[in-house]
Write a protein that binds this ligand. Structure first.
Ligand SMILES: O=c1ccn([C@H]2C[C@H](O)[C@@H](COP(=O)(O)O)O2)c(=O)[nH]1
Ligand code: ZN
Length: 219
């Protein structure tokens, strides 16, 4: 790790001196981030941020095999919808099947019931429409989701996994996207890891913030 990589939000040990203008970059990098007056450079890029949000929402999925998340973003980089694959409202995750190989009872297969992440993200939209938006998805959309994406007016698909590329449903989706001029491209992550480690957060400092909300508290 180089000196300039020391950019964690955890304050580093300092001797209490303020940073002088003539300090070396290496010395500045070793001081607490809160003592610096230059903007961070290791913040998340937009694509990284929205794809990470798609993956975070996928963590809500109960599907034991494939967890898919989707995040719809408008031209102003505002999120207008988020979703993940899950059973329809009222269809209990505990009662409906999550398996996919039940040949004895074909009614007991998840494919008959699961709402896809893209569908949920479109239906969960918090804007009047999703025209000209981009959708970030963990998995390349199936043909049914492709139809929804096209009909909703989404113009760009950013995906990460193409693990179903061999399937007819993926080929059909790509064919429809091309015909409907919906662009699609595979996101290759810049950072291999994006970690949120709650144990690293300095709660003491946070609780000293004036407007910290207190759940069920009076202040
Ligand atoms: O466009 C898509 C395609 C699939 N999904 C969901 C539906 C299922 O819950 C899984 C796929 O399960 P496999 O076991 O990998 O066949 O992914 C989706 O949300 N969007
Ligand atoms: Zn789908």
């Amino acid at each position: 790790m180089s000196d300039l990589d020391v950019c964690e939000n955890k304050p580093q040990e300092t001797n209490g001196d303020s940073i002088g203008l003539d300090e070396s970059p290496a010395k500045i990098a070793k001081t607490s981030p809160c003592q610096r007056d230059v903007a961070r450079t290791d913040y998340l890029a937009w694509d990284e941020y929205f794809m990470a949000i798609a993956f975070l929402s996928a963590k809500r999925s109960k599907d034991p095999c494939t967890q898919v998340g989707a995040c719809i973003v408008n031209r102003q980089n505002r999120i207008v919808g988020i979703g993940y694959n899950g059973m329809p409202t009222g269809c209990s995750d505990a009662l409906f099947p999550w398996g996919k190989h039940n040949r004895a009872d074909k009614m007991e297969n998840k494919y008959l019931y699961v709402c896809h992440a893209e569908m949920n993200a479109i239906l969960n939209k918090n804007a009047s429409d999703v025209r000209d938006c981009r959708i970030y998805v963990a998995l390349f959309p199936c043909n049914e989701c492709a139809k929804l994406i096209i009909q909703a007016g989404i113009s760009e698909v950013v995906y990460m996994s193409d693990k179903h590329a061999h399937k007819l449903s993926t080929a059909a989706a790509k064919r429809m996207f091309q015909a409907a001029s919906v662009t699609f491209w595979q996101y290759v992550p810049k950072n291999k890891k994006i970690v949120i480690d709650f144990s690293e957060i300095d709660w003491n400092t946070m609780s000293q913030m004036p407007e910290t909300p207190v759940k069920n508290g009076s202040s």
